[in-house]
Design a protein around this ligand. Structure first.
Ligand code: ZN
Ligand code: MG
Length: 467
């Protein structure tokens, strides 16, 4: 071939890749009608036409390329197939198309269900419709099967030794459960706050309304109470030894087992129950007065509402977010380098030595999640971000955050940290991140597995995706 023919060939490859990325089936077909030699040619970073079609969700283009015999197992410079790319971007129809073979394609870990985040596991049925049923709630409160969790200063009473200073994380804590008889005197005290959490989920579905005629009882109801009684006094109520109230919720509340085995409610996951209870109780402890008129308020609806006692207050008409428990959205993001092979992690001064984690920040009023991600990353690290993709979220009951986990693609790489928030931010190559997870030649300490930051970083290295 002459150099003129060569450059014409290169130009045709460029046009094919461009057409595939745009989903232009007519142009893709006409370019390939000239011959199959272009079919598996790769452009920048080893991306083929099929990968670009998969990246952008163009089913018809991908289908045409496959029909023409395109190699769907070829990989780009980051070892991704078109299937990996489609899976990463959540294009289910393309995943189905590209995965249609006897043997599974590589990289199928991306199709695993996303991890359930610690604190994010709902195990009780909240039965929110019952919150306005005063009679039903009253009956459930004194039922012999009802379970009470006891909080003091927003810490739940737990059993099992807490942090012993040795750094051992092997010991798990359990929630102390109380029956009505053991705590009924506390319910009479004006400072006690009571929250209805829900009822246990039963494996065999039965009618959730009223007791069923065949003698099946309703599943046990769960309540949380916060009291200002003396803690030493409270601890004596519990028959078990080793009971206590955690002093450092940020650390101690991460020590529940993921599955608390119990004869009566085998699949109860205490972290999720604590997240719900602690956030609502924290709201009661901080919002006892009406934010509209400053008047007194009283809890209602099983502890899910506070109504102003001043009959003239405008918060009594219509729906007001001052009356309901807060949820504060926080974006937390793993920022990927434009080369796809490094991620941006930062450390705050308060972090344990050597630990780096994802950047994060509160969503502001009138802001989308994507804008919040871009603003926070630029403020804290100076890095500019383009595309943002949601991955999963996690309630964080310290006291009421909802951590919204995203992957974000950087469009600039220079780092300039905001010293007020961040001590240091760095790009870490994928291999260093993998080594740090393995604990071999660790470049940094990864955040604990109970945090969504840990899960986001793991998601990225497991997916082997450069976006
Ligand atoms: Zn008011
Ligand atoms: Mg910030």
């Amino acid at each position: 071939m002459t150099s003129l023919q060569l450059s014409a060939q290169e130009e045709a490859v460029e046009r094919l890749l461009d057409a595939a990325a745009r989903g232009d089936l007519v142009q893709v077909s006409s370019l390939l009608a000239l011959g199959p030699s272009l079919l598996n040619r790769a452009g920048h970073s080893g991306w083929t036409a099929l990968m670009l079609a998969a990246r952008n969700g163009h089913y018809d283009v991908a289908q045409a390329l496959l029909l023409l015999g395109c190699d769907k197992f070829s990989v780009n410079n980051s070892s991704q197939t078109a299937y990996d790319v489609a899976a990463f971007w959540g294009h289910r129809h393309l995943v189905d198309l590209l995965g249609r073979t006897g043997k599974g394609p590589p990289g199928s870990a991306l199709l695993d269900p996303p991890p359930e985040n610690y604190f994010g596991r709902e195990t009780l049925d909240r039965l929110s419709a019952k919150r306005t049923d005063r009679v039903w709630l009253e009956v459930r409160r004194s039922d012999a099967d009802t379970v009470y969790l006891l909080f003091s200063n927003l810490s739940p009473m737990v059993s099992g030794p807490l942090e012993d200073g040795s750094g051992s994380a092997a010991v798990e804590t359990k929630l102390c459960r109380f029956r009505y008889e053991a705590i009924k005197d506390l319910l009479q005290k004006p400072a006690t706050v009571l929250v209805f959490l829900g009822v246990e989920r039963r494996k065999t579905p039965s009618s959730s309304s009223a007791r069923v005629a065949d003698g099946l009882r309703e599943p046990p109801a769960w309540f949380a109470i916060n009291t200002d009684e003396d803690t030493a006094e409270l601890l004596t109520r519990c028959g078990e030894k080793n009971c206590c109230f955690p002093k450092t919720p940020n650390r101690d509340l991460l020590r529940f087992s993921e599955e608390e085995a119990d004869r009566r409610s085998p699949s109860l996951r205490p972290a999720g129950v604590v997240a719900q209870a602690r956030s609502v109780l924290a709201w009661h402890s901080r919002y006892s007065f009406c934010p509209t008129c400053g008047g007194g308020t009283a809890p209602e609806e099983g502890g899910y509402k506070r109504s102003c006692l001043n009959p003239g207050c405008s918060s009594r008409k219509g729906v007001h977010n001052t009356c309901y428990p807060r949820v504060d959205p926080v974006v937390i993001m793993l920022v990927i380098h434009p080369d796809g092979n490094q991620c941006l992690l930062g450390r705050k001064k308060i972090f344990p030595i050597g630990m780096f984690s994802c950047l994060a920040g509160f969503v502001e009023p009138g802001e989308t999640l994507e804008e919040a991600v871009r603003r926070e990353v630029e403020e804290e690290s100076g890095v500019k971000v383009g595309p943002v993709r949601y991955v999963s979220c996690q309630p964080w009951p310290m006291p009421s955050n909802l951590m919204i986990g995203c992957l974000a693609v950087a469009v600039s790489t220079a780092i300039k940290v905001d010293d007020d928030e961040i001590e240091e931010a760095r790009w870490f190559p994928r291999q260093q991140v993998i080594d740090s997870f393995r604990g071999t030649r660790a470049a940094f300490t990864v955040p604990p597995r109970q945090t969504i930051a840990h899960q986001l970083i793991r998601h990225w290295i497991a997916g082997n995706s450069n976006l």
